[in-house]
Design a protein around this ligand. Structure first.
Ligand code: BV8
Length: 236
């Protein structure tokens, strides 16, 4: 691998698995317990908002019991010590990357720690439960507060910035994602198109594994620190 000058990293639920957060599509994952159409689509929210609030309130409360792991800390170190351009794009709505020290970070699928008013579109930090009884602090509408997350069929956040970063990177690293959900699952192809070296670090081969120049399989808390050590020693 040549010494990179610009790195884009994409993470998914697998990077938080060893912190104790469930992934989505592993055998005991979230989508094995609840139908995504009922809790992760605008139609599901319109049909039964209380069920969606219960789903996200349960996951948000669980954030109090989990902590960043060695993979999160290794990525924050890479951002600090790498002297080129760096961007971390996460599909995760947990805040473990921030708590490990990552700053150049985009939550393309939104965040647990924010709420959005479906009526006036105001968004704000939010750590308590959401409910249909709540009035929007900005416009006063009752029942329009929702988690500030991107559901299926909704446009992920800051896509322009992400595509600009992908078009300029010469190293793309995908960590802990099954490569199932688009447009994130298409980022490797965007990076390849600009000639970037592409690496998958995942517990097992993802759906898009064959698209990567290089794939290393194992737990993120082992693979990511090792990869970051290698990268930083090669770039000095
Ligand atoms: C959109 C909400 C229009 C937040 C989620 C083509 C182009 C564009 C869109 C589509 C397309 N084809 C289909 C679509 C529609 C759809 C889609 O992709 N459907 C799929 C199912 C086919 N996409 C959308 O609707 C998206 N919006 O398209 O807008 C548009 C069009 C073009 C360009 C821009 C916009 C919106 C998608 C967002 C949906 N929101 N959740 C929340 O509740 O958290 S989805 C959910 O999946 C989460 O966000 C999650 O982050 C995401 C991806 O899942 P993963 O993170 O990969 O998790 P998963 O469990 O699948 O895999 C975990 C991996 O980790 C596994 O591989 C496992 O082996 C590994 N692992 C486990 N343990 C470890 C580990 N690895 C390392 N170490 C370990 N210890």
């Amino acid at each position: 691998m040549t010494v990179p000058s610009s790195i884009v990293v994409l993470t998914g639920a697998g990077v938080s698995a060893e912190s104790g957060l469930s992934t989505f599509r592993d055998k005991d994952g979230i989508w094995a317990q609840v139908d995504y159409r009922e809790v992760a689509t605008p139609q599901g929210f319109a049909r039964n908002p209380a069920k969606v609030h219960d789903f996200y309130n349960w996951r948000r409360r669980n954030m109090a019991n989990v902590h960043p792991n060695a993979a999160h800390f290794a990525l924050a170190r890479l951002e600090r010590e790498f002297r080129g351009n760096f961007l971390l794009v996460t599909q995760n709505i947990d805040e473990l990357h921030e708590r490990a020290g990552s700053q150049k970070l985009i939550h393309m699928h939104g965040e647990h720690a924010k709420a959005l008013c479906a009526s006036c579109k105001a968004r704000r930090p939010w750590r308590e439960d959401l409910s249909i009884e709540l009035a929007c602090p900005d416009c006063g509408a009752v029942g329009s507060m929702r988690p500030d997350v991107v559901w299926f069929g909704e446009m992920p956040y800051r896509m322009d910035e992400i595509y600009v970063a992908l078009s300029g990177c010469n190293l793309f690293v995908s960590i802990g994602t099954s490569g199932t959900v688009y447009p994130a699952a298409g980022f490797v192809s965007e990076a390849r198109a600009t000639g970037a070296h592409t690496v998958e670090l995942n517990l097992e081969p993802s759906n898009g594994c064959s698209l990567f120049s290089e794939a290393r399989h194992g737990p993120a808390t082992k693979m990511v620190p090792e990869f970051v050590d290698e990268l930083l020693s090669a770039t000095f």
